[in-house]
Design a protein around this ligand. Structure first.
Ligand code: BGC
Length: 747
């Protein structure tokens, strides 16, 4: 057992919680808002405006209303904007609609405060990029930043200045449909991706005409919904909040994210939308977040259904005083706060504080100076050849080669005939996935179309749908088998429809839906070289395929250029280099299953009295970090900068990666830390660094990483950040399983 030596480590500390954990010694608290740097001129401008506002106008800033699904505003919005009582909208978009409503606010209202126009730009506005889970599989933050930048430019061109993205919820339950919207199961990868996306959306100067304000959502633990059922309650310890769910949000704050969205779910007895601990203690007082918090859709009103508010007035009071600044869609703030202020139930100062936060961001976003958008730009900014090219690159870099027995992939382009079979082969809607902004299926390249374009007219492609995605019978099987028999090879495109993941799309069984597995078996039995290409927004369970079909390529929901990118990878123009950002289980009964699990006193073993199942191995089908290539790589020479460092020092880690095959390719070198014995239990390993490298055949590269106290420390039993002396193991690997390991001692 390691000596439990608590070291006060400064600035980067995740400091103690006040509400939930026992109060730590005073000098260990982070009392000031550390990241807030106020601009005096801006503050003066906000104050001057605030002084002139009536209570109704203030409450107007706190109100966000929904437009029509097609982007039009509602007639009522015009009146409210003229009265200075509409702070923001969601879903209203398009230069004409935005400019008309904005005109009512900035030319028709007393104080001329512009409306902020928000929308869910989750993985692209009109050009659809791969779903965020797929992009996380690229292990390429620069790519994620680039696609967010492109999405911001398109959004801003149609008058949107605010996106409700990135979703940074850590998600370890593939039944939850919204795994598709985030970066998967790992807090570290999630943090890297959160930072990249915030930078991409906002840039250095959010007032630029091609930038939008980002939102870190859903604060917090929304991904921990019990049983993977969306909107369900959670039961998360403070340790799990701080170690697993908080880090990507804190990373978003570090990157300067403008807004947070409070989640629908309960967090330890207080719904996230009324949770003072998370909204104020952690977000404001520990992290110094300076932007504003928007509720989720009607989540303030839903406090009544949660059973913590008797009526709308109580819901409004609880949400506002806990730290929600803007109410999305429901109207309890606007309607109930006037009486509450009069009765002394809510101080005006609390409302003023929320209004200040909103005005500050509106000023920073430049919409006072440039409230309108140029309708001409809308015509030229969308779906440009450059953004389509980026979408193609992003989709290809996100794909994960799960299996490739006998080097079946890449396929040759000089085949005599190729069969492309399956209900998702010619589906342009499925590939753009859920939450696809204003992306249009008709702009998308289906997998079939991408393959046909790559092969050209000289190679006949026989297509058979085989079956429906869901339901239906086996009437189409015979034609599919016949197509396979005529061909040199078969690509079977199976998976999920777009609406099977995303919001309100939980599944209790995550097998291939409908008759698709039977179709795969029937076509495979034709005896031709068979590739399964998966189009999906979440991990699926497919043990038979994983054991019997020689090649399995995970294409996710790749966006507008999914089909072109799939062809790039299938025929080897792009060598796949993606890695799983989330564990793929063998069976749904293993869920939750993730690589950074805690140890047990009875680790899995042969005899009976150990932690295991009778009917399925404890190991996943495919672990976090897994992904193959058309070439091979070898790691060697893992060296740590000495065998011992002090708690405040840094640990240089070097490892050499060599392309040992005959094709150029990418490998993602992953560095995991294991704390052998600590004062509190630790995960078996934790990802702490990674790098995706491209290497020519025979080429090798020595990668240098630096681990610091942040990577080696922990929150002690009282939630004080500490770095404890003792033994650590560092693993450099190409997946969360295996790799090279070296030990060192922290003194
Ligand atoms: C979702 C949010 C989304 C909001 C606005 C809610 O139902 O949970 O993620 O931003 O709707 O569309």
């Amino acid at each position: 057992m390691k000596r439990a030596c608590v070291l006060a480590v400064s600035a980067w500390l995740a400091s103690a919680a006040w509400a939930q954990s026992p109060a730590p010694a005073k000098d260990e608290r982070r009392t000031a808002a550390p990241r807030v740097v106020r601009d005096a001129a801006l503050e003066a401008r906000v104050d001057a405006l605030l002084r002139r506002m009536t209570l109704e106008e203030k409450l107007g800033q706190l109100q966000q209303l929904d437009g029509e699904a097609d982007g039009r505003f509602r007639p009522e919005h015009l009146e409210l904007a003229r009265a200075g009582r509409l702070g923001s909208t969601l879903n209203v978009r398009g230069a004409a609609q935005v400019n008309e409503l904005q005109k009512a606010a900035v030319e028709g209202s007393r104080l001329k405060v512009p409306v902020l126009f928000g929308f869910d730009v989750i993985h692209g506005y009109r050009t659809v990029f791969p779903i965020p889970l797929a992009e996380a599989a690229s292990f390429d933050p620069e790519l994620a930043e680039a696609t967010a930048r492109a999405a911001a430019a398109e959004s801003a061109a149609v008058g949107l200045k605010w996106t409700f993205a990135p979703m940074v919820d850590v998600a370890r339950d593939p039944r939850w449909g919204r795994v598709s919207e985030g970066a998967g199961e790992d807090p570290y990868l999630g943090s890297v991706m959160a930072r990249a996306r915030v930078r991409g959306f906002q840039g250095d100067d959010v007032s630029r005409e091609d930038r939008v304000i980002a939102t870190a959502k859903h604060w917090v633990a929304y991904g921990a919904a019990e049983a993977g059922r969306d909107y369900n309650t959670t039961d998360v310890s403070e340790r799990a909040l701080r170690e697993i769910h908080f880090p990507p949000f804190e990373a978003a704050v570090d990157a300067g994210v403008g807004t947070f969205m409070s989640a629908f779910n309960d967090v330890d007895g207080t719904p996230a939308t009324a949770n003072r601990f998370t909204l104020t203690r952690v977000l404001r007082e520990e992290w110094g977040f300076d932007g504003f918090v928007v509720s989720d859709y009607t989540s303030v009103l839903e406090l009544i259904k949660h059973g913590i508010a008797a009526d709308e007035a109580e819901a409004a009071r609880k949400a506002l005083t806990a730290g929600v600044d803007v109410e999305m869609v429901s109207r309890t703030f606007a309607q109930r706060l006037p009486d509450l202020v009069r009765s002394g139930g809510v101080p005006v100062a609390t409302i003023d504080q929320a209004v200040r936060r909103i005005l500050r961001l509106k000023i920073r976003a430049g919409i006072f100076e440039r409230p309108y958008v140029d309708a001409g730009r809308e015509q030229t900014a969308l779906l440009t050849p450059e953004s389509r090219q980026l979408a193609r690159r992003a989709a290809a870099r996100s794909m994960v080669l799960l299996r490739n027995e006998g080097g079946l992939l890449p396929l040759r382009k000089d085949l005599r005939t190729l069969a492309v079979v399956g209900p998702l082969a010619d589906d342009r809607k499925a590939v753009i996935g859920a939450w696809s902004g204003d992306g249009k299926a008709e702009d998308a390249v289906s997998i079939l179309a991408g393959i046909q374009a790559a092969l050209g007219a000289s190679v006949p492609v026989v297509h058979a749908k085989g079956c429906e995605i869901e339901g239906g019978g086996d009437e189409g099987f015979a034609a599919a088998v016949e197509a396979a028999k005529q061909a040199d090879a078969v690509v079977l495109v199976v998976g999920e429809a777009a609406e099977m993941s995303g919001e309100a799309a939980s599944r209790s069984v995550i097998d291939l839906p409908g008759r698709q597995l039977d179709l795969v078996r029937a076509v495979h039995a034709a005896g031709k070289p068979t590739v399964v290409l998966l189009v999906t927004g979440r991990p699926l369970t497919f043990p038979w395929i994983a054991e019997n079909v020689p090649a399995v390529l995970l294409a996710w929901q790749g966006g507008t250029e999914a089909g072109s990118a799939a062809a790039d990878v299938l025929f080897g123009d792009t060598n796949p280099g993606g890695k799983l950002p989330i564990t793929f289980p063998r069976s749904v009964g293993q869920v939750p299953i993730y690589y950074a699990h805690k140890r047990t006193g009875r680790p899995p073993a042969e005899d009976k009295w150990n932690s295991k199942y009778l009917d399925v191995p404890v190991t996943p089908q495919f672990p976090f970090g897994h992904g193959l290539s058309y070439t091979t790589f070898e790691l060697s020479g893992l060296t740590l900068g000495g065998t011992g460092i002090t708690a405040s020092g840094t640990l240089p880690v070097q490892v050499t990666v060599r392309n040992t095959g005959s094709r150029a390719g990418d490998e993602v070198v992953q560095v995991y830390v294991t704390d052998v014995a600590a004062s509190v239990t630790r995960p078996v390993k934790q990802l702490r660094a990674f790098e995706r490298v491209s290497l020519a055949p025979g080429e090798s590269k020595t990668l240098a990483f630096t681990l610091g106290p942040r990577d080696l420390g922990l929150l002690d039993a009282r939630f004080r950040w500490t770095v404890e002396p003792g033994e650590f193991r560092i693993t450099a690997a190409t997946s969360s399983e295996g790799g090279l390991t070296e030990a060192f001692t922290l003194r």
